[in-house]
Design a protein around this ligand. Structure first.
Ligand SMILES: Cc1cc2nc3c(=O)[nH]c(=O)nc-3n(C[C@H](O)[C@H](O)[C@H](O)COP(=O)(O)O)c2cc1C
Length: 174
């Protein structure tokens, strides 16, 4: 089986996850930013596609890839600032998955938390007054504090387990 890992990452969180995934795949597996993706992905049995969550879906660069990704076997992975067990996380994955023209079910998916750019937090503080749904209140501060620790070793281990499980599923598909 041949795999390729393609990712979009603005501040490095998703890149770390992509590299963890790549580390458990065969040594020759390419692990590239989406901008360097080969035009023809048919040589690969599965495409691991990664993005950072931007307003509840894939970030713009990853969206560009996903909108053209007709490959039947895709494993999607992402990082986000919010709780990875939240409905927002699940919705972000399914919104991104739905961008693909083929609409085939994903082989597998993975999402974990990633630190939020401090500049974005400062912008949010200035932009959103108290009471606004995006205001940086105590709850959001706590979320950002937790996010600042991620991706951590446990996330990287979980990403590796996701890659291993994806390989197993592909082998079972034959
Ligand atoms: C413009 C912008 C929009 C974002 N939108 C969301 C969002 O809707 N939900 C969320 O949980 N995190 C959001 N985030 C946080 C990022 O998804 C998160 O920090 C991610 O781990 C960044 O990954 P990267 O380091 O690979 O760029 C946003 C960040 C930015 C800069």
């Amino acid at each position: 089986m041949q795999y390729i890992v393609l990712y979009s990452s603005r501040t490095g969180n998703t890149k770390k996850i992509a590299e963890a995934i790549g580390s458990v795949l065969p040594a020759a597996t390419p692990c590239l930013p989406v901008g360097e993706a080969p035009v023809d992905l048919n040589a690969y049995d599965c495409v691991f596609a990664g993005f950072w969550v931007d307003r509840g879906s894939a970030d713009p660069e990853a969206q560009q890839l996903l909108r053209q990704l007709e490959h039947p076997r895709v494993a999607l992975f992402a990082t986000l600032g919010a709780d990875p067990k939240s409905q927002h996380a699940a919705d972000s994955l399914s919104n991104a998955a739905a961008l693909r023209p083929g609409g085939q079910p994903l082989v597998h998916s993975f999402i974990c938390q990633g630190k939020v750019d401090p500049e974005l937090i400062e912008q949010m503080k200035k932009m959103f007054p108290a009471g606004h749904p995006h205001a940086v209140d105590e709850k959001r501060e706590a979320l950002h504090k937790e996010a600042s620790k991620h991706p951590d070793e446990a996330d990287l281990a979980a990403a590796k387990a996701f890659a291993a499980e994806t390989v197993k599923r592909l082998e079972n598909l034959g």
